[in-house]
Design a protein around this ligand. Sequence first.
Ligand code: SAM
Length: 226
Amino acid sequence: MTGEPPGERGDEETDGEAVTKMQFLFALRSRGVTDKSVLEAMERVDRARFVRGIFSDRAYEDMPLPIACGQTISQPSIVGLMTQALEINPRDKVLEVGTGSGYQAAILSLLARRIYTIDRYRRLVLEARGVFEDLGMHNITAIIGDGSHGLADQAPFDRILLTAAAEDPPGPLLAQLRVGGIMVLPVGQSDQVQSLIRVRRSETGFDYEELRAVRFVPLIEGLGQE
Ligand code: SAM
């Protein structure tokens, strides 16, 4: 703080907020998020709406932050890279496993036709539903459940995104991916560096591509306590 009288700080604070958002977008670009529609969606979705409590003033820092139930909202540049890797088309139906705060689903909702997002914690899903409702994001359905089984009654999906790390791509999710579809997920043991991989389904099988090293919370079977 510079010590000016409170009444003289209004304009400066507005400028300060704009700079923070500019820095946020700059950080995304410098870390490889280059897709124009992904950057536009990330500019439009206010991450502060998904970060509660004492961490909300750090929403535009490029870092993961704690949310309820011992979980995290992912680092924005990783959210951007994963979204970009999905190569989403506006007509796509997308499944996200790991709703968490709802931030990733909100970005997907601006890029695709229909989003299903699932989390094993009831509390996280209820909170995320509230934010989607406030923001008028009516193309997102948030579901309480174990996403490692996918969502058979809505399959097949054009795109599937996991935001928790599986040891291997879960069989039910591969089965629920449409031919021509793309799945992006972190794979590997928890507590170790994992690989972000992209899976493309063709008429004849699945092609796997390693994209980069990442670190995510593990995909856990069954429902959470909260
Ligand atoms: N996408 C989130 C966001 O935008 O805030 C971040 C997700 S956080 C890194 C991972 C989430 O995966 C946690 O909320 C956790 O509860 C969830 N999760 C872990 N295993 C799961 C499972 N089997 N089914 C559904 N959700 C699961």
